[in-house]
Design a protein around this ligand. Structure first.
Ligand code: TXA
Ligand code: MG
Length: 329
């Protein structure tokens, strides 16, 4: 693969990223969740380039990013006073941060962004570099995760270079992402907050502000396929205890805590997600660890199941999709 995206850094990098975006081109940008492939939400040509670069079907809508809640009225309409109160409460609690809300789309927002849907997904990102780019550009940015469609989401600028370096002009380097997993997507419905994609903001956190429905990460957004986030190497989730499991092939192991030496010996490589067993740390490391094992060219990767509590729900959601996609993709 011929790598050509320029890696931009610092204030000069921000200025260059803004200049590129102003021309309707796309740039890889860091967020607090994963890296995004950003384009001006009000230039349909930029959205077209995003879909093209990712190889993403036009039926799969993009998330629109804002620097502050005050910009919301540029891209969305709030239906009722009740919804306004709910949005205000969620925004006060979780924005800027890894929460995406689906709201009624503003008529001026290009239909390509929302794949013709009446709703738009929006979030206020907490990443200081992304925020600076938004403010200097003066326009909301559409940004899906900066990976080829169906592949592992990137959590460093280098990952973006590997995924899309040959089809995009530049990547703004903001180091490793804080959360390492995509935002929680929530639809505000009459029944309550419907979690369309589990993520760093957990069901427990949301339930302080209202009734939460569909809490366990059921396939619901237009773009959530059972096989997504997939490595090239086959990935299997272990239901058995890793202590007694003998891998049949040259295998890699993805595990929460550091296993016993006799377990480590059985594998060509072992990636530990969190030595202390912390699920947030595990979420941050998940995509990077999967990517490293995938690059080692082992025959197969085995992964330990994690506790499905808090952010563990989101990690297991991505792990199942990655496993499915690695076999069926
Ligand atoms: O953390 C994140 O959310 C990252 C960073 C870059 O912000 N973005 C991200 O975007 O994960 P993407 O495109 O990879 O995933 C967005 C998901 C897709 O499954 C899409 O179908 C869904 O959000 N989506 C977008 N607009 C929607 C809408 N109006 N209603 C329901 N789902 C929507
Ligand atoms: Mg994605």
């Amino acid at each position: 693969m011929s790598v050509r995206a320029r890696i931009l850094k610092g204030d000069q990098g921000i200025a260059e990223a803004v200049a590129i975006l102003r021309c309707g081109e796309v740039v890889g940008l860091p967020t607090e969740t994963v890296y995004g492939l950003a384009g001006d939400a009000f230039q349909p040509m930029a959205a077209a380039r995003i879909f093209e670069a990712k190889g993403r079907p036009l039926t799969d809508p993009l998330i629109v990013h804002l620097p502050e809640v005050g910009w919301l009225e540029r891209v969305a309409r709030i239906d009722s006073l009740e919804q306004q109160i709910q949005v205000q409460q969620l925004a006060a609690a979780f924005w800027p941060g890894p929460l995406t809300l689906t709201l009624q789309k503003h008529p001026d927002l290009p239909d390509l962004i929302t794949a013709g849907m009446e709703s738009v997904a929006v979030r206020v990102t907490a990443h200081p570099l992304f925020q600076k780019v938004l403010r200097e550009l003066g326009s909301p940015l559409a940004a899906p995760s900066a990976n080829r469609f169906g592949k592992i989401s990137p959590t460093t600028a280098e990952d973006v270079q590997i995924e899309l370096g040959d089809v995009i002009p530049a990547i703004l380097d903001g180091g490793a992402c804080e959360h390492g997993l995509e935002s929680t997507i929530v639809a505000i419905t009459k029944e309550g907050f419907e979690i369309l994609r589990p993520g760093p903001i957990t069901k427990e956190q949301l339930s302080k502000y209202g009734h939460v429905v569909h809490p366990s990460g059921i396939v619901n957004t237009p773009g959530s396929l059972p096989g997504h986030y997939a490595p090239k190497t086959e990935l299997h989730i272990l239901e058995t205890d890793i202590k007694s499991f003998i891998p049949p092939l040259k295998a890699g192991l993805l595990v929460l805590r550091t296993p016993d030496p006799e377990v480590i010996e059985r594998y060509a490589a072992v990636e530990v997600l969190s030595p202390s067993g912390d699920l947030r740390e595990a979420a941050t490391n998940f995509y990077g660890a999967l990517r490293r094992l995938d690059n080692l060219k082992v025959d197969i990767i085995f992964s330990e199941s994690l506790r499905e509590e808090g952010i563990g729900v989101a990690v297991m959601d991505r792990m199942r999709r990655a496993a499915y996609g690695s076999v069926n993709g």
